[in-house]
Design a protein. Structure first.
Length: 592
């Protein structure tokens, strides 16, 4: 348009709808949509694109317009800060997470500490989502995060470590340090928390605590008796031997650390679990970091807010008030809050709603369902690189598992293939999910959720792939297999032999008959061949026959003279001295 002269700079927000951008650029919206489509971005007039995307598209449109970012307001809920206790702060319970290699006994240990049998209910023997509970030891509370054990839950564990004061790293004394043990040590260090090592399974033959201590020192965890500051508790989760001593150690560390928090400030903390319960709506598990939480309080967490209806322990016992380090279950949220989000008590409903709405619009502006990120756009623009995408929709039972599954899947992206999550959510697989799967040609994965009969029928009618899993790594393996199918097969060429041309007997556009000497390897027919002259590649041909003297030959060896005929797609006028290199080509399927 005429008014868009060379030097125009237009200010836009971080996120902008396609319609508004077209208006600002003074171009017909259809032209903008067309340009987006050319770049593989299907966006309607009301969909938002982010600044970087807009910038790329505007550049491609060559309007002579530069975009600039308009400053936007800060999000309503700031990044979580560790509570700083004041002079009036009171002692609080330690928050303890249990980590370690799969099968080393985390669940059994937590079970032994809690005194309830939760091991049996797990699918595939893996704890599926985080929650927390308190136990009492010598009349003092300890909060345990029921952290999951499999590596696929690394994401949750990382969140878990940030919530914690103490990490118990469980190592089976008969097995020693394993990759996930090292990972757990790394997480604990990164989070700056105290580490207690539980040398588990000491009842087993082959348990060698000394060897374990040696291994620990190799990972810079020097045990106390060797002059370091790492406590090692020798336990058997199975026989419960050593458990009281382990709890003593936790209390000792707590006292040394002087863990305190204020209770006379507006309560705040973190959402550690969220799910929907029939008849109760969204239920969030939260860990209080500071303040006193009561029913009737207004709280805001991300884009969600609540007037607390029921305040309970995570085991379902109603409480009138809850204090720092206490894990609680909260009902009354209007929407499902997100795992890992901070929460905060605010003065009234109006403030709660306003802050939640501010975050919601901010969220919409930065990566909601219909938004197209610049990285995605760049990938689409570079489509010649043949990035293959696997569209999937994930439904999970709780927010924590959903986050973990999504994080694990994102980690699988390579330069060639990537997972594109076109939809995700908590709850059973419903009509909308299947509709989205149909239009986006996505596979639907259900993790610990139901597939109602009506959805099953719809899926089979519309030929939608729906896969249900209860064990996360089986789900991940399935996705991996699907991704592998998108990988281009590897082409392997094997050199067979080489002929140097000594004479040319017939040349047409499609066929050549020549003779020469085998200077390398052996020649066979049929075979593929490359014709070269010096460094120049004259083309690829198909060897159809070989002759030794007047007789047809299947194979001709190095040092022999032979005749050769080959088919070609373009005329090749051979000269004496040209080389014909025979090879085979195989396509080998690959896996991630
Ligand atoms: P997780 O994957 O780390 O949670 O490990 P689990 O708690 O599921 O334990 C893995 C296996 O080790 C189970 O078969 C447990 O019964 C067993 N186990 C756990 N602790 C002990 C222990 O102290 N002694 C013995 N003998 N077996 C144990």
């Amino acid at each position: 348009m005429a008014e868009n002269v060379d030097t125009t700079t237009i200010e836009i927000e971080d996120m902008i709808t396609v319609g508004t951008l077209a208006e600002r650029l003074s171009i017909p919206v259809s032209r903008l949509i067309g340009e987006l489509m050319k770049n593989g971005v299907m966006a309607t007039v009301n969909e938002r694109i982010d600044f970087d995307t807009a910038e790329i598209i505007v550049e491609e449109l060559q309007l002579g317009v530069t975009l600039a970012k308009r400053a936007t307001a800060e999000p309503a809920v700031a990044v979580r800060e560790k509570p700083v206790a004041s002079a009036t702060a009171v002692p609080r319970a330690p928050v303890v997470a249990v980590m370690g290699h799969v099968d080393h006994g985390k669940t059994t240990l937590l079970d032994a500490i809690r005194g309830a049998n939760v091991v049996k209910g797990e699918a595939g023997g893996i704890t599926q989502h985080i929650s927390a509970y308190q136990v009492e030891h010598n009349g003092r509370p300890i909060t345990f995060l029921d952290t999951p054990g499999h590596e696929a839950f690394a994401a949750i564990r990382e969140h878990g470590a940030h919530l914690t004061d103490i990490v118990i790293i469980v190592v089976a004394a008969d097995d020693g340090i394993k990759p996930q043990t090292i990972e757990a040590i790394r997480f604990a260090r990164k989070a700056g928390v105290k580490i207690i090592v539980a040398a588990n399974k000491i009842d087993k033959e082959g348990a060698d605590v000394n060897r374990l201590k040696q291994q620990l020192s190799e990972h810079e965890l020097l045990v106390e008796e060797w002059g370091g500051d790492t406590f090692v508790a020798e336990v058997s989760a199975k026989t419960q031997k050593g458990i009281p001593e382990l709890l003593d150690m936790i209390m000792l560390v707590t006292d040394v650390e002087e863990l305190k928090a204020d209770i006379d400030v507006p309560a705040r903390g973190l959402i550690i679990e969220a799910h929907v319960e029939q008849g109760r709506g969204p239920v969030a598990h939260a860990l209080i970091e500071a303040g006193t939480l009561k029913p009737g309080h207004f709280i805001v967490s991300g884009s969600s807010y609540a007037k607390i209806r029921n305040l309970e322990t995570t085991e379902g016992k109603p409480v009138k008030e809850a204090f720092p380090s206490q894990p609680v279950a909260i009902t009354g949220f209007k929407t499902l809050p997100e795992f890992g989000d901070p929460f905060e008590v605010v003065a009234n409903e109006k403030e709660a709603r306003a802050r939640a709405e501010a975050v919601a619009s901010d969220k919409n502006a930065s990566g909601g369902h219909n938004n197209i990120g610049s990285s995605e756009l760049i990938r689409l623009i570079n489509r010649d690189n043949k990035m293959e995408e696997l569209n999937i929709i994930i439904k999970a039972d709780v927010q924590g598992s959903l986050t973990s599954v999504i994080d694990s899947l994102k980690a699988m992206d390579t330069d060639e293939v990537s997972v594109r999550i076109v939809g995700s959510g908590v709850g059973p697989i419903g009509e909308n999910d299947l509709h989205l799967a149909h239009t986006s040609k996505a596979i639907v994965y259900g993790f610990n959720v139901d597939l109602p009969t009506s959805s099953k029928q719809q899926a089979s009618r519309d030929k939608i792939h729906v896969r249900m899993y209860r064990v996360i790594y089986e789900l991940i393996d399935d996705v991996k297999e699907e991704l592998s199918k998108l990988l281009k097969p590897e082409i392997i060429e094997t050199e067979l032999g080489r002929l140097v041309v000594k004479g040319i007997f017939k040349t047409t556009k499609t066929e050549v008959i020549c003779g020469g000497e085998v200077t390398k390897g052996k020649l066979v027919a049929p075979a593929l061949a490359r014709v070269t002259r010096g460094d120049e590649n004259l083309g690829e041909v198909e060897v159809t026959g070989l002759k030794r003297g007047p007789a047809e030959a299947k194979e001709v060896f190095e040092g022999e003279m032979c005749g050769m005929s080959f088919n070609t797609t373009k005329r090749i006028d051979l000269v004496e001295g040209d080389r014909i290199e025979l090879f085979t080509r195989q396509a080998v399927t690959r896996s991630l």
